[in-house]
Design a protein around this ligand. Structure first.
Ligand SMILES: [Fe+2]
Length: 384
């Protein structure tokens, strides 16, 4: 057995199943006070917000549903104002990664002494959370319901990491039926994000048999069911598999963090408008053979979990085949025309990204990083 040290903390109290969204009340603990429901506006339109409010009766629920994709510090400040105006003692977060991240930041920073921007990159340690926090994901990818991180965009348009134990949720509710409305291209991109979380958690310097309990199982499930969830959006069984795998991958990265594909993916995301799941998949497709060669033992386990046999050299082709099967476009978008290999390599060393570079196993000298960056840029379509 690999004897790398690990410790397993209790995960959020978790409820899984179709219809569990109607039972949020079962997961409340502590106060009987008012609740702030922080929701993606699409969930209001779909009637899910009303279902949750009904299920929480007779508790007082205020709804804050103006969260947009890539939430900003300004939106978090507005959410904090809504929470304090309602005297809310619990936040229920409903939506994709953006809504969950915003809601987590609102709950943690509701009583903070400093403005939200002071807590970027843990420059100021997060205060102890005084507000209850329940997460209900409606996409399967970020695993935010199981992680102690949030990404919030500053007034300077830079996406900042926020991290710390207060961002761990008290409870998570995984209702597969909430994810069936996600269109195939987003199912593919978010599911690929979960897959890359699981791969990087299985292979970086912090991996252990404890984290692999979650990550290797997530890979096995995603290989089996992500293509079906993309091809048959109404297949609740496949949706449930992918939602569960996304949660497991979140549990895994909460122990280990990510690695090089997320480093390049964030670098790319800071330079062009590209979906996070697509960005990290582009990076994994470009560098998968190199990281696997540098860390054959761990990547042979990943290859086996992907059904490709226990040889690390099988990993990169298997990853590419799965991306093709789910139809994920691995070319760069039109606005990436100014993304250069040099710019990408430099961005891997930005304060927000370098930790993910440092935990990647293997010699990643500038030449190797440059080669991977060139491959990323080479997929840019020509726009004459
Ligand atoms: Fe990710």
């Amino acid at each position: 057995m690999d004897t790398a040290e690990f410790s397993l903390a209790p995960q959020p109290a978790t409820m899984f199943g179709v219809g569990t969204v109607d039972r949020v009340k079962d997961m409340l603990s502590g106060s009987n006070g008012p609740i702030l429901l922080v929701a993606d506006p699409a969930m209001t339109a779909l009637g899910v917000v009303d279902r949750i409010v009904s299920g929480l009766a007779p508790r007082t629920v205020s709804v804050f549903d103006t969260i947009k994709s890539d939430p900003t510090e300004e939106q978090v400040e507005a959410g904090i104002a809504a929470l304090n105006a309602a005297h809310a003692q619990t936040v229920v977060a409903l939506g994709g990664g953006s809504a969950l991240d915003a809601a987590k930041a609102i709950a943690v920073l509701a009583k903070a002494s400093e403005p939200v921007s002071a807590y970027r990159l843990s420059e100021t340690p997060l205060p102890k959370r005084q507000i209850g926090l329940i997460a209900i994901p409606t996409t399967a990818g970020t695993g935010s319901e199981a992680t102690r991180t949030a990404i919030v965009t500053g007034s300077d348009h830079v996406k900042y990491w926020f991290w710390g134990d207060p961002l761990d949720c008290d409870a998570a509710i995984l209702d597969p039926a909430l994810t069936v409305s996600l269109p195939p291209h987003l199912t593919a991109a978010t599911g690929a994000d979960a897959l890359v979380h699981a791969i990087e958690s299985s292979t970086n310097m912090h991996t252990s048999v404890g984290s692999q309990l979650f990550s290797l199982e997530a890979i096995r499930i995603l290989k089996r069911s992500l293509p079906r969830a993309v091809a048959e959006p109404e297949d609740v069984s496949a949706r449930g598999d992918v939602l569960w795998a996304s949660y497991l991958a979140g549990c895994a990265i909460n122990q280990t963090g990510c690695a090089l594909a997320h480093c390049f993916g964030h670098a790319l995301g800071s330079m062009a408008q590209v979906h996070h799941g697509r960005a990290v998949s582009i990076a994994m497709a470009a560098g998968g053979d190199r990281v696997a060669a540098a860390n054959p033992a761990a990547f042979s386990q990943v290859a086996e979990a992907m059904g490709a046999g226990p040889d690390h050299r099988a990993f990169a082709p298997a990853f590419g085949e799965l991306m093709a099967e789910i139809g994920l476009d691995l070319s760069l978008p039109a606005d990436a025309i100014n993304v250069t290999p040099e710019g990408l390599v430099n961005a891997t060393r930005a304060p927000a990204n370098i930790a993910m570079l440092d935990v990647t196993v293997g010699e990643l000298d500038r030449e190797t990083l440059g080669l991977i960056a060139e491959r990323i840029v080479a997929t840019t379509p020509a726009f004459a």
